[in-house]
Design a protein around this ligand. Structure first.
Ligand code: MN
Length: 143
């Protein structure tokens, strides 16, 4: 079962999203601020993180930047989808600049949420080979 961490300080949003995700068969773990979100991610290694941007301590973008800078490669590779109520111009760019892998505007729509989550769980960005990568075979077979 996929494990999803939702970092959210609003109890109503938490309840709604948890209900949707659990009904779809996901295991949901929770954190209510940025620092506990980071600690939970490091401890529980979720398959995906949904990150509210407006949090009471550090904001979700700062939390994402710290996660992506983690010395634990397992943690740094976890896809992060930002959830923001500030659907302003440039918001998506700010999220991406902070290291988020995806972006959802609030209010969260059920189908959009499930589609986005499924997309990242099936095709995590970290496993996508980049074209012209330096990932060349280490052994050569010259015969
Ligand atoms: Mn919030």
């Amino acid at each position: 079962m996929f494990k999803i961490l939702y970092v959210e300080d609003n109890p109503q949003n938490m309840r709604l999203v948890r209900k949707i995700l659990m009904a779809a068969g996901y295991d949901v773990i929770e954190a209510t601020n940025g620092l506990s979100g980071i600690a939970t991610a490091e401890r529980d290694k979720p398959d995906l993180i949904l990150m509210d941007v407006n949090l009471p301590d550090i904001n979700g973008l700062e939390a994402t930047t710290r996660l992506k800078a983690s010395t634990d490669v397992m943690v740094a590779a976890i896809p992060v989808i930002a959830l923001t109520a500030n659907a302003m111009h440039g918001d998506r760019e700010n999220c991406m600049a902070a290291g988020c892998d995806g972006y959802l505007a609030k209010p969260v729509m059920k189908n959009e949420l499930l589609n986005t989550v499924a997309l990242f769980l099936k095709h995590p960005p970290s496993s996508t080979p980049t074209p012209n990568s330096t990932n060349t075979p280490t052994t050569s077979t010259t015969s």
